[in-house]
Ligand binder design. Structure first.
Ligand code: SF4
Length: 316
Protein backbone atom coordinates (compact mmCIF):
# COMPACT_ATOMS: atom_id res chain seq x y z
CA UNK A 1 0.00 0.00 0.00
CA UNK A 2 2.51 2.54 -1.15
CA UNK A 3 0.22 4.84 -3.07
CA UNK A 4 -0.72 7.70 -0.75
CA UNK A 5 -4.28 7.54 -2.06
CA UNK A 6 -4.51 3.99 -0.73
CA UNK A 7 -3.29 5.25 2.63
CA UNK A 8 -5.92 7.95 2.62
CA UNK A 9 -8.66 5.50 1.67
CA UNK A 10 -7.53 3.17 4.45
CA UNK A 11 -7.50 6.05 6.89
CA UNK A 12 -11.02 7.14 5.98
CA UNK A 13 -12.27 3.57 6.18
CA UNK A 14 -10.68 3.15 9.59
CA UNK A 15 -12.36 6.32 10.88
CA UNK A 16 -15.72 5.09 9.68
CA UNK A 17 -15.16 1.71 11.27
CA UNK A 18 -14.41 3.49 14.50
CA UNK A 19 -17.93 4.83 14.36
CA UNK A 20 -17.15 8.37 13.41
CA UNK A 21 -20.26 9.34 11.58
CA UNK A 22 -19.82 13.00 12.01
CA UNK A 23 -17.78 14.79 9.59
CA UNK A 24 -14.55 13.10 9.19
CA UNK A 25 -13.37 16.06 7.22
CA UNK A 26 -15.68 18.73 8.59
CA UNK A 27 -16.47 21.01 5.70
CA UNK A 28 -13.94 19.49 3.36
CA UNK A 29 -16.30 18.33 0.66
CA UNK A 30 -15.95 15.29 -1.61
CA UNK A 31 -14.92 17.56 -4.47
CA UNK A 32 -12.18 19.11 -2.37
CA UNK A 33 -11.02 15.73 -1.24
CA UNK A 34 -11.12 14.50 -4.82
CA UNK A 35 -9.06 17.49 -5.89
CA UNK A 36 -6.55 16.80 -3.18
CA UNK A 37 -6.23 13.19 -4.18
CA UNK A 38 -6.26 13.48 -7.92
CA UNK A 39 -5.02 16.94 -8.85
CA UNK A 40 -1.97 16.88 -6.71
CA UNK A 41 1.31 16.99 -8.57
CA UNK A 42 2.65 13.80 -10.02
CA UNK A 43 5.28 13.18 -7.35
CA UNK A 44 2.61 13.32 -4.66
CA UNK A 45 0.36 10.85 -6.38
CA UNK A 46 3.17 8.52 -7.32
CA UNK A 47 5.35 8.67 -4.27
CA UNK A 48 5.90 5.74 -2.07
CA UNK A 49 5.02 6.32 1.55
CA UNK A 50 7.09 4.03 3.71
CA UNK A 51 5.90 3.36 7.21
CA UNK A 52 7.58 5.08 10.06
CA UNK A 53 10.20 3.15 11.95
CA UNK A 54 9.08 3.45 15.55
CA UNK A 55 11.98 1.47 16.90
CA UNK A 56 14.15 4.41 17.62
CA UNK A 57 16.75 4.00 20.34
CA UNK A 58 15.66 4.97 23.84
CA UNK A 59 14.80 6.84 22.80
CA UNK A 60 7.31 24.11 -6.77
CA UNK A 61 4.47 25.45 -7.23
CA UNK A 62 4.50 29.20 -7.89
CA UNK A 63 6.84 30.80 -5.44
CA UNK A 64 5.19 32.24 -2.38
CA UNK A 65 5.14 36.00 -2.22
CA UNK A 66 7.77 36.96 0.31
CA UNK A 67 6.29 38.44 3.42
CA UNK A 68 8.37 41.53 3.09
CA UNK A 69 6.72 42.25 -0.25
CA UNK A 70 3.22 42.03 1.11
CA UNK A 71 1.84 45.26 2.45
CA UNK A 72 0.19 45.42 5.81
CA UNK A 73 -2.73 46.84 3.89
CA UNK A 74 -2.91 43.96 1.44
CA UNK A 75 -6.09 41.85 1.43
CA UNK A 76 -6.34 39.50 4.38
CA UNK A 77 -6.01 36.40 2.21
CA UNK A 78 -2.78 37.65 0.66
CA UNK A 79 -1.40 38.63 4.04
CA UNK A 80 -2.38 35.34 5.55
CA UNK A 81 -0.90 33.37 2.70
CA UNK A 82 2.34 35.21 3.14
CA UNK A 83 2.35 34.38 6.80
CA UNK A 84 1.63 37.88 8.06
CA UNK A 85 -1.75 37.11 9.50
CA UNK A 86 -3.47 34.30 11.28
CA UNK A 87 -4.96 32.21 8.54
CA UNK A 88 -7.92 30.74 10.32
CA UNK A 89 -9.66 34.04 10.82
CA UNK A 90 -11.84 33.71 7.72
CA UNK A 91 -12.20 30.10 6.59
CA UNK A 92 -13.06 29.66 2.93
CA UNK A 93 -16.63 28.60 2.27
CA UNK A 94 -17.42 24.93 1.57
CA UNK A 95 -18.04 23.89 -1.99
CA UNK A 96 -21.74 24.41 -2.69
CA UNK A 97 -24.19 21.71 -3.54
CA UNK A 98 -22.39 18.69 -2.19
CA UNK A 99 -22.88 16.69 0.99
CA UNK A 100 -20.13 16.96 3.50
CA UNK A 101 -17.69 14.14 3.87
CA UNK A 102 -17.77 12.54 7.26
CA UNK A 103 -14.24 12.35 8.44
CA UNK A 104 -13.04 13.83 11.69
CA UNK A 105 -9.48 14.84 12.21
CA UNK A 106 -8.05 15.81 15.52
CA UNK A 107 -9.69 12.79 17.10
CA UNK A 108 -8.04 11.33 20.18
CA UNK A 109 -4.76 9.77 19.26
CA UNK A 110 -4.47 6.06 19.96
CA UNK A 111 -1.58 5.21 22.20
CA UNK A 112 -1.56 8.50 24.03
CA UNK A 113 -3.01 9.63 27.29
CA UNK A 114 -4.26 12.90 25.91
CA UNK A 115 -7.89 13.74 26.39
CA UNK A 116 -9.67 17.00 25.75
CA UNK A 117 -8.95 19.17 28.77
CA UNK A 118 -11.64 20.80 30.81
CA UNK A 119 -11.53 24.57 31.02
CA UNK A 120 -9.70 25.76 34.10
CA UNK A 121 -9.32 29.01 35.88
CA UNK A 122 -5.77 30.34 35.95
CA UNK A 123 -3.80 28.73 38.76
CA UNK A 124 -0.62 29.67 40.53
CA UNK A 125 2.32 31.10 38.61
CA UNK A 126 5.01 28.53 37.84
CA UNK A 127 8.44 29.79 36.82
CA UNK A 128 10.27 28.86 33.65
CA UNK A 129 12.91 27.14 35.77
CA UNK A 130 10.31 24.95 37.43
CA UNK A 131 8.73 24.11 34.06
CA UNK A 132 12.14 23.18 32.66
CA UNK A 133 12.69 20.68 35.47
CA UNK A 134 9.37 18.83 35.16
CA UNK A 135 10.23 15.23 34.33
CA UNK A 136 7.26 14.11 32.25
CA UNK A 137 4.90 15.68 29.72
CA UNK A 138 1.86 14.97 31.84
CA UNK A 139 3.19 17.26 34.55
CA UNK A 140 4.06 20.01 32.07
CA UNK A 141 0.58 19.73 30.63
CA UNK A 142 -1.01 19.86 34.06
CA UNK A 143 0.81 23.09 34.84
CA UNK A 144 -0.01 24.57 31.43
CA UNK A 145 -3.73 23.87 31.78
CA UNK A 146 -3.89 26.41 34.61
CA UNK A 147 -1.20 28.72 33.29
CA UNK A 148 -1.47 32.43 34.17
CA UNK A 149 1.88 33.43 32.67
CA UNK A 150 0.44 35.91 30.13
CA UNK A 151 -2.70 37.87 29.46
CA UNK A 152 -4.16 35.23 27.14
CA UNK A 153 -5.12 33.33 30.28
CA UNK A 154 -7.95 35.85 30.68
CA UNK A 155 -9.52 35.30 27.26
CA UNK A 156 -8.96 31.63 26.40
CA UNK A 157 -11.61 28.96 26.65
CA UNK A 158 -9.11 26.09 26.72
CA UNK A 159 -5.38 25.76 26.92
CA UNK A 160 -4.31 23.78 23.86
CA UNK A 161 -1.22 22.10 25.17
CA UNK A 162 -0.59 19.57 22.43
CA UNK A 163 -1.14 15.88 21.87
CA UNK A 164 0.26 12.84 20.17
CA UNK A 165 2.85 10.17 20.61
CA UNK A 166 5.10 11.19 23.45
CA UNK A 167 8.09 9.42 21.93
CA UNK A 168 7.39 10.65 18.40
CA UNK A 169 10.18 11.00 15.89
CA UNK A 170 8.31 13.90 14.32
CA UNK A 171 7.08 16.99 16.14
CA UNK A 172 4.64 19.30 14.36
CA UNK A 173 4.70 22.89 15.61
CA UNK A 174 2.12 25.45 14.55
CA UNK A 175 1.46 29.00 15.63
CA UNK A 176 -1.38 29.24 18.13
CA UNK A 177 -4.87 27.86 18.67
CA UNK A 178 -7.64 29.23 16.51
CA UNK A 179 -11.31 29.35 17.32
CA UNK A 180 -11.95 25.63 16.85
CA UNK A 181 -8.89 24.67 18.83
CA UNK A 182 -9.79 27.07 21.63
CA UNK A 183 -13.25 25.55 21.74
CA UNK A 184 -12.10 21.92 21.70
CA UNK A 185 -8.77 22.09 23.52
CA UNK A 186 -7.09 20.16 20.69
CA UNK A 187 -4.48 21.35 18.20
CA UNK A 188 -5.04 21.43 14.44
CA UNK A 189 -8.74 20.67 14.18
CA UNK A 190 -11.04 22.18 11.58
CA UNK A 191 -10.24 22.40 7.89
CA UNK A 192 -6.55 23.13 8.31
CA UNK A 193 -6.24 20.16 10.63
CA UNK A 194 -7.91 17.88 8.10
CA UNK A 195 -5.54 19.02 5.41
CA UNK A 196 -2.61 18.55 7.76
CA UNK A 197 -3.72 14.95 8.34
CA UNK A 198 -3.93 14.33 4.60
CA UNK A 199 -0.55 15.89 3.95
CA UNK A 200 1.05 13.85 6.69
CA UNK A 201 -0.58 10.66 5.43
CA UNK A 202 0.49 11.29 1.85
CA UNK A 203 4.06 11.48 3.09
CA UNK A 204 3.92 8.31 5.14
CA UNK A 205 3.25 9.98 8.48
CA UNK A 206 0.03 9.81 10.36
CA UNK A 207 -1.42 11.78 13.22
CA UNK A 208 -0.86 8.74 15.38
CA UNK A 209 2.86 8.88 14.74
CA UNK A 210 3.58 12.52 15.47
CA UNK A 211 3.41 14.92 18.38
CA UNK A 212 1.49 18.13 17.59
CA UNK A 213 1.59 21.43 19.41
CA UNK A 214 1.78 25.17 18.89
CA UNK A 215 4.16 27.92 19.91
CA UNK A 216 1.37 29.53 21.94
CA UNK A 217 -0.94 27.35 23.98
CA UNK A 218 -3.78 29.90 24.22
CA UNK A 219 -5.72 31.64 21.47
CA UNK A 220 -4.97 35.30 20.84
CA UNK A 221 -8.26 37.23 20.69
CA UNK A 222 -9.66 37.58 17.17
CA UNK A 223 -6.75 35.44 16.00
CA UNK A 224 -4.41 38.40 16.10
CA UNK A 225 -0.72 37.77 15.80
CA UNK A 226 1.00 36.56 18.97
CA UNK A 227 2.83 39.29 20.85
CA UNK A 228 6.51 38.99 21.80
CA UNK A 229 5.76 38.97 25.53
CA UNK A 230 3.27 36.14 25.01
CA UNK A 231 5.81 34.12 23.09
CA UNK A 232 8.42 34.71 25.80
CA UNK A 233 5.97 33.68 28.51
CA UNK A 234 4.89 30.52 26.69
CA UNK A 235 8.23 29.36 25.32
CA UNK A 236 9.20 27.30 28.41
CA UNK A 237 6.37 24.91 27.60
CA UNK A 238 7.44 24.36 24.00
CA UNK A 239 11.06 23.99 24.99
CA UNK A 240 10.20 21.38 27.58
CA UNK A 241 7.97 19.57 25.08
CA UNK A 242 10.89 19.34 22.66
CA UNK A 243 13.23 18.19 25.41
CA UNK A 244 10.88 15.46 26.60
CA UNK A 245 9.58 14.20 23.26
CA UNK A 246 13.09 14.28 21.78
CA UNK A 247 11.94 14.34 18.16
CA UNK A 248 14.33 13.52 15.39
CA UNK A 249 12.82 16.21 13.22
CA UNK A 250 10.59 19.23 13.82
CA UNK A 251 8.09 20.36 11.20
CA UNK A 252 7.40 24.07 11.63
CA UNK A 253 4.12 24.94 9.91
CA UNK A 254 3.75 28.60 8.99
CA UNK A 255 5.90 31.68 9.13
CA UNK A 256 5.32 32.39 12.77
CA UNK A 257 6.35 28.97 14.04
CA UNK A 258 9.42 28.85 11.81
CA UNK A 259 10.52 32.38 12.63
CA UNK A 260 9.95 31.95 16.33
CA UNK A 261 11.83 28.69 16.59
CA UNK A 262 14.68 29.89 14.40
CA UNK A 263 14.85 33.37 15.92
CA UNK A 264 14.69 35.11 12.57
CA UNK A 265 12.44 37.38 10.56
CA UNK A 266 13.34 35.78 7.25
CA UNK A 267 10.22 35.03 5.23
CA UNK A 268 8.78 31.53 5.20
CA UNK A 269 9.19 31.53 1.41
CA UNK A 270 12.93 31.81 1.92
CA UNK A 271 13.18 29.58 4.98
CA UNK A 272 11.40 26.61 3.43
CA UNK A 273 13.26 24.34 1.09
CA UNK A 274 16.11 23.85 3.55
CA UNK A 275 16.68 21.97 6.76
CA UNK A 276 17.53 24.15 9.74
CA UNK A 277 18.28 23.36 13.38
CA UNK A 278 16.43 24.14 16.60
CA UNK A 279 18.56 23.36 19.62
CA UNK A 280 20.33 20.70 17.64
CA UNK A 281 17.14 19.14 16.24
CA UNK A 282 16.68 19.26 12.45
CA UNK A 283 13.84 21.65 11.66
CA UNK A 284 11.96 21.71 8.36
CA UNK A 285 9.88 24.86 7.81
CA UNK A 286 6.91 24.84 5.50
CA UNK A 287 3.64 26.63 4.74
CA UNK A 288 0.75 26.41 7.15
CA UNK A 289 -2.04 24.09 5.98
CA UNK A 290 -4.54 26.94 6.29
CA UNK A 291 -2.50 28.93 3.79
CA UNK A 292 -2.62 25.93 1.46
CA UNK A 293 -6.42 25.99 1.63
CA UNK A 294 -6.24 29.40 0.00
CA UNK A 295 -3.30 28.60 -2.25
CA UNK A 296 -3.72 24.94 -3.29
CA UNK A 297 -0.57 25.14 -5.41
CA UNK A 298 1.41 25.40 -2.19
CA UNK A 299 0.39 21.86 -1.30
CA UNK A 300 3.16 20.66 -3.56
CA UNK A 301 5.73 22.74 -1.69
CA UNK A 302 4.51 21.36 1.62
CA UNK A 303 4.67 17.85 0.26
CA UNK A 304 8.24 18.44 -0.91
CA UNK A 305 9.13 19.74 2.54
CA UNK A 306 7.60 16.66 4.12
CA UNK A 307 9.74 14.53 1.85
CA UNK A 308 12.74 16.43 3.16
CA UNK A 309 11.67 15.59 6.68
CA UNK A 310 11.27 11.98 5.62
CA UNK A 311 14.84 12.00 4.25
CA UNK A 312 16.13 13.50 7.49
CA UNK A 313 14.45 10.72 9.44
CA UNK A 314 15.72 8.01 7.14
CA UNK A 315 19.26 9.35 7.43
CA UNK A 316 19.15 9.55 11.21
S1 SF4 B 1 -0.30 31.49 26.03
FE1 SF4 B 1 1.16 30.20 27.19
S2 SF4 B 1 2.06 31.60 28.71
FE2 SF4 B 1 0.16 32.58 27.99
S3 SF4 B 1 -1.38 31.90 29.46
FE3 SF4 B 1 -1.44 30.46 27.72
S4 SF4 B 1 -0.10 28.77 28.35
FE4 SF4 B 1 0.36 30.51 29.70
Amino acid sequence: MNDPRDLLRAYLRQRQELGEEELVLDRLSPSELHALLSNTPAPLAAAAAPAIDRSRPADRAPAAPPMDRVSEHAPAVERASAGLERVDAAPPPPFPGEPETHVRAGAPVPGTTDAPPSPRAPAAYVSAEEISSLPVLAQVREIALGCPRCGLANTRKHVVFGEGRETADVMVVGEAPGQEEDRSGRPFVGRAGKLLDLLLLSSGFSRDDVYICNVLKCRPPQNRNPQPDEVDACSPYLLRQVELVQPRVILAFGAFAAQTLLGTDITIGKLRGKTHKYRGVPLVPTYHPAACLRHPAWVRSVWEDLQRARDVLDAA
